[in-house]
Unconditional design. Structure first.
Length: 146
């Protein structure tokens, strides 16, 4: 469970409920913009990496190519941003490095897989962005979809 930019970990079960211990890692702090205490807006690079990994495991270049495809070329991650984000996301437990598929000829490529925590965060951020889009439409910023 993620709440107020803190990763909550259940410690003990007392009478059917949990006592939660809040932990905040430096990697977690780097992944979120904590300017709004009610939500966890992710950095665009982190959101797009989670989105790219949601469908399948990918290596770094494959992630960058998928991000370019799904953003229509609007977002192009450089290697520094990409690999720094991947390291932070791995440390935060959102993704995990996995072995390359056998069909992959280059053993130097490190593949990544989204974890349950990453999927949950992706779903929460997508819902938050959907609410923001709805609000923009209600304010007349965007025309209603036909």
């Amino acid at each position: 469970m993620i709440e107020h930019a803190r990763l909550l970990i259940p410690c003990i079960n007392i009478r059917g409920g949990y006592i939660w211990r809040a932990t905040v890692t430096s990697a977690w702090k780097a992944l979120v913009d904590r300017s709004d205490a009610r939500t966890l807006p992710l950095r665009p690079a982190v959101y797009h990496i989670l989105l790219a990994l949601n469908g399948q495991d990918r290596h770094g270049l494959g992630i960058a190519e998928e991000i370019e495809r799904i953003s229509g070329g609007a977002l192009e991650l450089g290697p520094g941003t990409l690999y720094r984000s991947l390291a932070e996301m791995t440390e935060a437990g959102l993704i995990v490095p996995v072995g390359a598929p056998e069909r992959d000829a280059d053993p130097r490529r490190k593949h990544y897989r989204i974890r349950t925590a990453g999927r949950e965060l992706l779903a929460r951020e997508t819902a938050r962005l959907g609410r923001l889009l709805d609000a923009a439409r209600a304010q007349g910023v965007l025309a209603e979809q036909e």
